[in-house]
Design a protein around this ligand. Structure first.
Ligand code: RUQ
Ligand code: CUA
Length: 653
């Protein structure tokens, strides 16, 4: 074996592995790769040593799994994308706010009802603007049990069970209109925080825009999570009214700051448009003040106040703590923050809050103990127009780090460093919290929004990587037209200098934010066992049957119940005779207990596709409004006789 000149950084021990990696990854342009040496391959594909090192750090041979799993929002797709780190292999799209045919999500009776239950006006919503996934936490660390995600467009929060990576609940806040500061969880997932974004009249009424200051309001929801039921309990949830500023991202305190929530804001100018009426355009009106307000909220005390008689107002069915009450009870404080900031991120030890400047080049770091001390001795420099006490900027400040242009969001590693995205500069700045100094910057391509580090929002970040979520990808990939993919870039942070390892184009929507969990904390079921589980309730489905003997068709007048089984390679019954106008309930159980033995149930013209994973029962209802012959068939290539796995629904006129 020629080893020749391969002596520099990686050394000779990697040569064999490099050859394997390069050979496996090398398909096209080089041509004739079999047997070529590493050097020849590098030359043929125009790869540098750094490229090869990057390949070796991400290439994952067949059969091996990733140490980390990332949950990324799917943006406008209303889904969640599950991605292995460092291989950057896409593992799953989870349907959340959008019907997802492969999973049968939004097609069977239960998931249809689940999606409809959150619809603001009884109108079917077929998309969501999913922004911020949040993993459930126990004692401030991700526990791998649940995932929450918000829909900015319709002020909704979804619950995804990580038992099977399936959405089980969506709740809607009627008072918010839109949300952005969600979803963020408190350290034991007692509450899921959902901060609104654009002020509206909370009661849902029309109010002239000229009454903006008086009639429009911001608000934040605190959704109570019942872990035993795996569901949000709206009856135990509450909200707090906020001034009509545009509240932005939020974060929950931890350890010393546990019990508190923090929300950024912009447009404390209360600019509300009117560019056709001679007013400044909204965005410039909203950028006048040098300072906006970091909202500091005592959610633990707020929960107590919300439970007291007479302390809340019922607004559209939501228990709302009025602004005046919040001030009186000492639940809400402001700290000035420069200038139209974006993200607020609590450090892993809970002692500091890092606010990213957006229109200001700094990361502004506040010391929680100073804020708390000011609150305790009522050391305020004044009140905002709504009476909210303001703590002095210098009183609360720990320090500022000049990072560059357009700081947006910060994540942490295990060495006390912050990583802040710089949207305008298209870079990530790595900075030391201890020394309040920039250590290094790395360019990204381009226009980075969020970024994510492994367990980076928990009390124990894991370090090693940061993923940049870039909103532009011009010139990175093959041209697929004017709508270009978003770009997720994996960066190694464990080396003396950060190294870009991998570009993953996402052609699905704008993945706003992601969280990364250690893979060993996830323990999803491989199938539903015992047979007959419903994926929404995670209980035995009342219409499940557990053997082919129980398959049957029951008629109750114009209602027909079809108890069906699916098993390789047939449905039983494989013929269903009905009459036009009948309501037909299919209750289908996949009897298989073999992992990955999934069947589908597709019925054309009636818009039905079910996914029947091993052991699952799903129900779907069709009203036979058209006479004719309708084949139904299995939509998963499950066996050699998959094509034969079909049946007929015969609708007599
Ligand atoms: S945010 S714009 Cu998470 Cu930066 Cu939605
Ligand atoms: Cu079952 Cu194909």
């Amino acid at each position: 074996m020629p080893r020749k000149s391969w002596t520099r950084p990686m050394g000779r021990l990697l040569t064999g592995a490099i050859a394997a990696a390069v050979l496996a990854g090398c398909g096209g342009s080089g041509g004739g790769t079999a047997g070529a040496s590493v050097q020849e391959l590098m030359q043929a594909r125009n790869l540098s040593e750094a490229d090869v090192v990057a390949a070796l750090k991400t290439y994952t041979p067949t059969g091996r799994t990733d140490p980390f799993v990332m949950f990324a929002s799917g943006g406008h797709s209303g889904q969640v994308i599950v991605i292995g780190i460092p291989s950057m292999r896409i593992l799953k799209y989870i349907g959340v706010f959008t019907p997802e045919p492969w999973q049968g999500y939004g097609f069977d009776d239960q998931t249809k009802a689940l999606m409809a239950s959150s619809s603001p006006r009884g109108k079917d919503l077929t998309w969501g603007d999913s922004h911020h996934p949040a993993l459930s936490e126990t004692n401030g660390d991700y526990d791998g049990q649940f995932l929450f995600i918000n829909d900015k467009a319709n002020a909704r929060i979804a619950v995804v069970s990580l038992k099977d990576f399936v959405t089980t609940q969506i709740v809607h806040s009627p008072i918010l209109g839109t949300d952005h500061g969600g979803s963020f969880v408190t350290p034991n997932t007692d509450y899921i925080i959902e901060g609104g974004q654009y002020p509206v009249p909370l009661d849902g009424s029309y109010q002239p825009i000229t009454d903006f200051d008086d009639k429009y309001r911001g608000a934040v929801m605190f959704w109570k999570f019942d872990r035993d039921n795996g569901a949000i309990d709206p009856s135990q949830s509450f909200a707090m009214e906020l001034p009509p500023y545009m509240q932005d991202l939020s974060d929950a305190g931890k350890l010393v700051s546990d019990g508190w929530a923090f929300i950024n804001s912009f447009d404390t100018e209360r600019s509300h448009g009117g560019d056709m009426e001679g007013q400044p355009p909204l965005e410039s009106g909203a950028s006048q003040n040098d300072m906006d307000y970091l909202h500091v909220i005592d959610w633990k005390k707020a929960a107590e106040v919300a439970a007291q008689a007479g302390k809340t107002r019922n607004v559209q069915g939501v228990r709302v703590i009025p602004l005046a009450t919040a001030v009186q009870e000492g639940l809400l404080y402001f700290v000035p923050e420069p200038k139209s900031p974006h993200g607020v991120d609590v450090t892993p030890d809970g002692r500091y809050l890092a606010v990213s400047g957006k229109l200001d080049t700094h990361e502004t770091v506040y010391d929680w103990s100073k804020i708390k001390a000011a609150i305790d001795v009522k050391n305020f420099e004044g009140n905002d127009p709504y009476g909210v006490p303001i703590i002095g900027f210098q009183t609360a400040l720990h320090g500022q780090v000049e990072l560059g242009l357009g700081p947006l969001h910060t994540q942490w590693d295990d060495q006390g460093n912050g990583y802040t995205s710089l949207f305008i500069e298209s870079k990530i700045a790595k900075w030391s919290l201890k020394d309040m100094k920039v250590l290094e910057k790395i360019p990204v391509h381009y226009n980075i929004g969020h970024l994510a580090t492994p367990e980076g929002d928990s009390e124990h970040p894991k370090g090693h990587y940061v993923v940049a979520l870039d909103k532009w990808s011009i010139d990175r990939f093959n041209n697929v037209g004017p709508l270009m993919p978003q770009n997720m870039q994996l960066i190694d942070t464990s080396t003396p200098q950060m190294q870009l390892l991998y570009d993953l184009p996402i052609g699905l929507g704008e993945p706003h934010y992601a969280q990364i969990i250690s893979a060993d904390k996830l323990n999803a079921a491989q199938m539903y066992s015992p047979v007959g589980e419903n994926q929404v309730t995670h209980q035995p489905d009342p219409h499940a049957i557990t053997s082919e003997d129980q398959a049957r068709v029951e008629r109750h007048g114009r209602v027909v119940d079809v108890y069906m089984t699916a098993v390789r390679s047939h449905f039983k019954p494989d013929r269903v005779d009905v009459t036009k106008g009948d309501t037909v309930h299919f209750h289908i159980t996949n009897l298989e207990q073999t992992p990955d033995a999934t069947h589908g149930f597709g019925l054309g013209e009636y818009d039905v596709n079910l996914s029947l994973e091993a052991g699952k029962t799903a129900n779907v209802t069709v009203v036979t409004d058209k006479a004719g012959v309708f084949p139904y068939y299995c939509t998963e290539f499950c066996s050699a006789l998959h094509l034969e796995m079909m049946g007929y629904m015969l609708v007599k006129g």
